[in-house]
Design a protein around this ligand. Structure first.
Ligand SMILES: CC(C)(COP(=O)(O)OP(=O)(O)OC[C@H]1O[C@@H](n2cnc3c(N)ncnc32)[C@H](O)[C@@H]1OP(=O)(O)O)[C@@H](O)C(=O)NCCC(=O)NCCS
Length: 171
């Protein structure tokens, strides 16, 4: 549910997002100093959250890790691993109070544009088949299912497959 006073469907289509232009949304690199807040959100968003080590290791490895602030407050975050011309989206999260406002689409568009601008040719990700909101977002942003990793995720009653999705970044 979107608790921010934002209209639904504020997707960034071309150029800058209106809220970005207005300076209300800021995308900044994630630092160790962000991790307390990020991990707190991670635990409210996922039944099987990333631990601090996941984020610390990602930062230490030089992965592109971002926080999104809306009016100064943490509203989302993402981690992308890039190898040569391939990007792998490892984490995409929008805090509960900001979900459904268009921020997930904004952040994914921003990440795709950034990867493309840096010479990326494709972006991969894995998603749970049960995560219908994320699946809908990814499909509407141009990702298609290209495979399945059996028992990829922990689940309450055992394991859950991961759907592998690919988005071509060719212009
Ligand atoms: C998945 C997630 C990143 C989406 O971000 P969001 O800001 O809530 O999504 P947006 O408002 O940008 O909506 C994007 C699309 O998602 C889908 N969506 C969003 N909320 C939805 C809902 N309540 N029900 C169904 N679909 C929904 C729609 O397709 C929507 O497009 P539309 O607005 O054109 O209809 C966010 O919900 C989240 O962080 N969830 C928990 C963590 C998670 O599952 N991350 C992904 C792991 S693979």
């Amino acid at each position: 549910m979107c608790s921010y006073p934002l209209p639904r469907g504020i997707a960034a289509q071309n150029g800058l997002h209106p809220l970005l232009e207005a300076g209300r949304i800021v995308v900044e690199p994630m630092y160790e100093s962000d991790l307390d807040a990020v991990i707190e959100q991670e635990h409210t968003l996922y039944e099987f959250p990333w631990g601090r080590q996941h984020f610390s290791d990602s930062l230490a490895a030089g992965y592109a890790a971002w926080v999104v602030r809306l009016d100064g407050a943490l509203a989302g975050y993402a981690v992308v691993m890039a190898v040569l011309d391939e990007a792998h989206l490892l984490n995409l999260s929008v805090v509960k109070a900001a979900q459904g406002c268009g921020l997930g689409r904004f952040l994914l568009d921003w990440l795709l544009r950034r990867a493309r601008d840096r010479g990326g040719r494709q972006m991969f990700l894995e998603v749970r088949p049960s995560n219908s909101v994320a699946l809908a977002l990814y499909e509407s942003c141009g990702f298609t299912s290209v495979g399945r990793r059996p028992a990829y995720y922990p689940a309450r009653d055992g394991r859950e497959d991961g759907i592998v999705m690919l988005c071509s970044l060719a212009a």
